[in-house]
Design a protein around this ligand. Structure first.
Ligand SMILES: C[S@@+](CC[C@H](N)C(=O)[O-])C[C@H]1O[C@@H](n2cnc3c(N)ncnc32)[C@H](O)[C@@H]1O
Length: 350
């Protein structure tokens, strides 16, 4: 019976195991998880991190030994990895006689190498890092906190570039909504608090605002290294936004995916600090997931358990309280249409 095609929900499986389940239950079993996806993710992330993909990208076509030599990898394992990458369609075997010759497929290049809307190399490496964090969930469930070694795990480069690989249409939706909220004032300056490599600040700069990014020293160093990509109009400042913000006054303070990193007490103080750095009429705009509004809130809250010490997904009421206690008025929470995030807005009147 192995190999018989059975209908499983709206997908069709050839798996012999699937046939077994089919027989036992008398119906197709739709698994909770497509388990092959985690292996696919880890394979791609490992091939990127080890340099196998870049070694292959540099050559028109190469043998496993040549790729291994260029990536300082083990030739036998490298061949197996290239064969597996061919199985999932990112590599093709251009000559199968010994020694086989491999090259990246067009899809592999688009998703793993070439700058463009399909590029997801940082996201894959970052996601694999997150998977390592999620492996600690049993410990976190038992102890209520992460194991002490967790903080050393993050691949900063992949993290920062994952943020920057985000969809520009989503950023534009937020920027449009913020500028429309600010009306009739047209803001002239903005600060991106926890702005990463400056990808959002750059969109504000494109609309004529003077943009400043504040982030940790390690992220700002990365941003400076790729200053060309960020654009020379954006000012980059190293700092800890939980201690101080660059002195303003600014017309807009943007906080993208920042409030979910810390707990309510720090967030309340951050809202205060933002208020004080804004000019009268200035706008606080935060993009985040709001517990009672985002369909992704609960899974994301668990993600924050593995990624942060005190972060989480906060209630609409909590955001309103932090902003109002800091002095903000006209507080609004808008569901963004592209994605599952909310835009939290408040105005400093005087
Ligand atoms: C989740 S990322 C969001 C990046 C960007 N705002 C976005 O939405 O794509 C959070 C950013 O805040 C920065 N960050 C976290 N804590 C910080 C702190 N205490 N001071 C300065 N930057 C901080 C991180 O380095 C990171 O770049």
């Amino acid at each position: 019976m192995a190999g018989r095609r059975i209908a499983a929900g709206n997908c069709v499986k050839d798996s012999p195991k699937g046939v077994l389940w089919f027989r036992r239950a008398g119906r197709a079993m739709v698994p909770l998880v497509d388990r092959s996806q985690i292996e696919r993710l880890l394979l791609l992330a490992a091939a990127l991190e080890s340099g196998v993909i870049d070694a292959l990208a540099e050559a028109e076509a190469a043998t496993a030994s040549a790729v291994a030599a260029s990536a300082s990898a083990d030739p036998r394992v490298c061949r197996l990895v290239l064969e597996a990458l061919a199985e999932i369609g990112v590599v093709e075997v251009v000559r199968s006689s010994d020694p086989s010759l491999y090259r990246l497929t067009e899809r592999g290049r688009r998703h793993l190498v070439e700058p463009g809307p399909d590029l997801e190399r940082a996201r894959l490496v970052h996601q694999a890092g997150k998977a390592r964090g999620w492996m600690e969930l049993p410990y976190i469930i038992a102890h209520g906190k992460r194991p002490p070694a967790s903080r050393r795990r993050r691949n900063l480069h992949a993290f920062a570039h994952t943020m920057a690989e985000g969809s520009s249409a989503k950023i534009d939706e937020s920027v449009d909504a913020i500028l429309s909220y600010a009306r009739p004032v047209h803001p002239r300056s903005m600060i991106d608090v926890g702005g990463g490599l400056g990808h959002v600040a750059l969109r504000f700069a494109d609309r004529g605002l003077q943009a400043t990014v504040v982030d940790t020293p390690s992220i700002i160093r990365l941003a400076r290294r790729q200053r060309d990509a960020v654009g020379s109009g954006v000012r980059l400042v190293e700092g800890d936004f939980n201690v101080a913000l660059p002195s303003g006054p600014f017309d807009v303070a943007y906080l993208g995916n920042v409030f979910h990193i810390y707990g309510p007490a720090k967030n309340r103080r951050l809202a205060d600090r933002v208020y004080r750095t804004l000019a009268p009429g200035g706008v606080l705009a935060a993009v985040d997931l709001v517990w009672d509004r985002s369909p992704r809130a609960r899974m994301f809250a668990v993600d924050m358990l593995q990624a942060t010490d005190e972060g989480g997904v906060w209630l609409e009421e909590e955001y309103r309280t932090w902003l109002q206690e800091a002095g903000f008025e006209d507080v609004e929470i808008v569901d963004l249409t592209l994605g599952t995030n909310q835009l939290i807005l408040g105005r400093r009147m005087r």
